[in-house]
Ligand binder design. Structure first.
Ligand SMILES: Nc1ncnc2c1ncn2[C@@H]1O[C@H](COP(=O)(O)OP(=O)(O)OP(=O)(O)O)[C@@H](O)[C@H]1O
Ligand SMILES: [Mg+2]
Length: 280
């Protein structure tokens, strides 16, 4: 950290769903990339999944890396864990299997700083270095996930619409509600429909169910973001070359959709100020 750096106020966004394979990491890395490249924002990506997929995407993965696990276990300062990427506006706190061990250890740890607030306290140290932190969570309710929610101003739930996709959303919402002692207020940006196929009637019915009720009554089961991410085989290809979908296939629907997502989230941020005393 340099003395004459521009002072920023980092806004923290969690990407989460208890279900695996719904597009959490794809959303976290592409949203981070678009905020950084198209909007000039400084973004810190926090890999909060032992699978380390976001770290792999940004090519900072190593099984011996220090990262999120060591921050949670108070073994290292966040500054020592941050990795630079090829994009000067994106830094990453990486993760690997150490996070699985850390989650196990933290359950029984009763001394020192409360285990729920450790990531938040660490993020305070870098809050003036970034505009956004985006936390890519694993599909679980471990201590590391509690830390993510306690650190976050906003959360998005990516949802892939299929027969199994709704199970777990209510549990996730209840669990976040149960964290209110540590995190009294967090903004639900909405469910983000991912991997959507055009003109698929069953999928459309699934989205309608998710939204619940009718627009005319205003009753919603879950808030759904306006942006929907279309299925595109090119998204899978991005994992091999570690390129954003906007770089690999800028004309694909998914690339356009992720740009729309970035714009929708920035608008949400502009319209939903967070209490400065409550934030990281
Ligand atoms: N819009 C899309 N079109 C096509 N494939 C997609 C799209 N979004 C994601 N995928 C693919 O779906 C798979 C799962 O995506 P991703 O890894 O982002 O999910 P995840 O929720 O992070 O999974 P996990 O719970 O294992 O962390 C990946 O192979 C990814 O490339
Ligand atoms: Mg993932």
């Amino acid at each position: 950290m340099t003395e004459n750096r521009i002072k920023r106020k980092m806004r923290v966004l969690s990407i989460c769903n208890l279900k695996g394979g719904v597009g959490k990491t794809t959303t976290a890395v592409n949203l981070a990339g678009i905020l950084a490249t198209d909007f000039g924002k400084r973004v810190l990506v926090i890999d909060n999944d032992q699978q380390g997929n976001a770290s792999q995407f940004f090519q900072v993965f190593h099984p011996d890396n220090i990262g999120t696990a060591e921050i949670l276990c108070l073994e290292n300062e966040i500054d020592d864990c941050i990795k630079k990427t090829s994009n000067p506006n994106i830094d990453v706190v990486p993760a690997n299997m150490n996070l699985a061990a850390a989650n196990h250890d933290l359950i029984s740890r009763t001394s020192g700083m409360p285990t729920q607030i450790r990531l938040r306290e660490a993020l305070k140290q870098v809050a003036e270095d970034y505009d956004f932190a985006i936390i890519d969570n694993g599909p679980n309710l471990e201590v590391s996930f509690i830390n993510a929610i306690v650190s976050s101003d906003d959360f998005i739930i990516p949802v892939k619409i299929d027969k199994y996709s709704f199970y777990g959303i209510s549990t996730l919402m209840d669990q976040i509600q149960d964290m209110s002692y540590w995190k009294p207020h967090i903004n639900f940006v909405g469910c983000l429909v991912t991997m959507q196929h055009s003109g698929n009637q069953l999928e459309n019915e699934g989205v309608e169910w998710l939204a619940g009720g009718h627009a005319s009554t205003g009753n919603q089961r879950y808030k759904i973001m306006n942006t929907k991410i279309k299925y595109s085989p090119r998204v899978n290809d991005t994992t091999f070359g570690s390129e954003l979908i906007t770089v690999l296939s800028g004309r694909s629907q998914a690339a356009r959709n992720y740009k729309e997502l970035a714009a929708e989230y920035l608008e949400f941020v502009a319209n939903n100020a967070v209490d400065d005393t409550a934030r990281v």
